[in-house]
Design a protein around this ligand. Structure first.
Ligand SMILES: [Fe+2]
Length: 307
């Protein structure tokens, strides 16, 4: 489960600007677990500042949420607190309980409740308000996983607990898994998120803890949709780009998507299947397995194509 960060109890509360100034120091590196963990007590001190969040929310409302419109790529569950750096951003998250009208109106899915998942980024979190959302925590070994839907994973249950006010935890990318459950009362958490330009290409999984399987890859990027368009662009002008992605994009998911779209764009079904057959023999385990699946899917329906 996420690392619980012990924090001194007698430190003074911190203003958001002071936290930002400390994190902007070159010594802070969210890619380094120990450096990230060392920022935990600072986040706790921000959480001890009981006025700043309401003041910031009011200021945003008075400014017609201009900054949120520019910087917040999440739903209204999230209030972006600071985003000015390539390496991190700070946000507040609202966790409604089943008794809240928001929950009754929207259901569980907008809040990621009952969707067991890992994260493709590390983040520090602190309970700011309320009893905190519940989680059933698991861990797994990312290095042993190919990333295929239906793949068996050694998912190890750790405990069920909640993010109480003042509790600081470091969620570690590709390691900590949680099945997030509704808070008993409306709750708020504050995160320092590791930001990296690689994020869209790093996979985040949804799991089924009952079967210990990967259900799906949760994240999608615009690249995949654009590859389908590029592979079919009139005159073939964009195919070289799709070919280069299929040959060597650092993300297995993007490599396979490029290969799949090239196969789908072939004029003759047999040519598409030849491409997929070559992919099924790739040295990359994800590309090979997904190509083999796609090939099997097309072969199963090939007689319809021939009719
Ligand atoms: Fe999560």
């Amino acid at each position: 489960m996420p690392r619980i960060i012990a924090c001194p109890a007698d430190e003074p509360a911190l203003a958001l600007g002071d936290l930002v100034a400390a994190l902007n120091d070159d010594g802070f590196d969210p890619a380094d677990e120990e450096s990230f963990a060392a920022a935990g007590p600072l986040l706790k001190r921000l959480a001890d500042n009981r006025a700043f969040l309401a003041e910031l929310a009011l200021a945003e409302l008075k400014d017609r949420c201009t900054r949120q419109s520019l910087e917040n790529r999440y739903s209204s569950q999230v209030l972006m607190l600071h985003r000015a750096s390539e390496k991190y951003f700070i946000r507040a998250n609202f966790w409604p309980s089943p008794r809240d009208s928001l929950f009754k109106a929207s259901g569980t899915s907008p809040f990621f409740y009952h969707v067991p998942h890992d994260h493709n980024f590390s983040f520090l979190t602190v309970g700011y308000l309320g009893p905190g959302y519940w989680s059933e925590y698991y861990e797994y070994d990312f290095e042993k996983v190919v990333g295929l839907p239906g793949e068996k994973v050694d998912l190890r249950f750790v405990e069920k607990s909640r993010l109480e006010q003042g509790k600081v935890m470091l969620y570690r990318a590709h390691r900590d898994v949680h099945d997030q459950l509704p808070a008993d009362e409306m709750s708020v958490s504050i995160n320092i998120m590791h930001a990296t330009p690689c994020l869209p290409f790093l996979d985040q999984y949804r799991f089924d803890p009952k079967t210990c399987e990967i259900v799906s890859i949760l994240n999608r990027s615009a690249t995949e949709a654009l590859l389908a368009l590029a592979a079919n662009h009139d005159g073939g002008n964009a195919r070289d780009l799709v070919e280069s992605y299929a040959a060597g994009h650092p993300s297995d998911r993007i490599r396979f998507a490029a290969l799949r779209e090239l196969a789908a764009a072939e004029g003759e079904p047999e040519a598409g299947m030849e491409r997929l057959d070559a992919g099924a023999h790739s040295a990359n385990a994800f590309v090979a397995a997904m190509s083999a699946r796609e090939l099997a899917r097309i072969r199963a329906h090939h007689h319809w194509i021939q009719c």
